[in-house]
Design a protein around this ligand. Structure first.
Ligand code: TYD
Length: 130
């Protein structure tokens, strides 16, 4: 189920700290971590679904919107804090947009990179979801 997951937050006058532990906050084993940065204003990222890979995205810096479609409707999640993230189940269409200057999106994934995991045709995605 698509959901926002709050992360532990250790508040400290010396600076705050948040945590992700495999099998604790995140409902999958972390196989891969990647990040998206230096996104020019107005650019879109994503616009695909993954067949069996689950992901969890955190805005470590700045802000951006994650638009998710589960086959029924679009929902927009604005990420702008480093102490929560969005859990994206497999077979969810996602688009990331409205990146602020210097935003940094970190993505935890349940599988290693495999181009065969990608569905890049939205109509085909909808057909599979029926
Ligand atoms: P893509 O997943 O399409 O980017 P986004 O969803 O952020 O728009 O990946 C862009 C390119 O990077 C594509 O050619 C594949 C490559 N890539 C890897 O080699 N390994 C990875 O783990 C990822 C996520 C992408």
């Amino acid at each position: 189920m698509i959901r926002i997951i709050d992360l532990p937050k250790i508040l400290d006058e010396r600076g705050n700290l948040s945590i992700i532990e495999e099998g604790n906050q995140i409902p999958f084993k972390i196989k891969r971590v990647y990040w998206v940065y230096d996104v020019p204003g107005g650019e879109l990222r994503g616009s695909h679904a993954l067949k069996s890979t689950e992901e969890f995205i955190v805005a470590l810096s700045g802000s951006f919107d994650v638009i998710l479609n589960d086959g029924n409707r679009n929902r927009k999640y604005s990420l702008n804090r480093s102490y929560y993230g969005i859990y994206i189940p497999s077979m969810t269409w996602r688009t990331l947009k409205n990146f602020s200057t210097n935003s940094l999106a970190v993505v935890l994934a349940s599988k290693e990179y495999d181009e065969k995991e990608y569905i890049r045709d939205f109509d085909y995605f909808l057909k599979l979801k029926k």
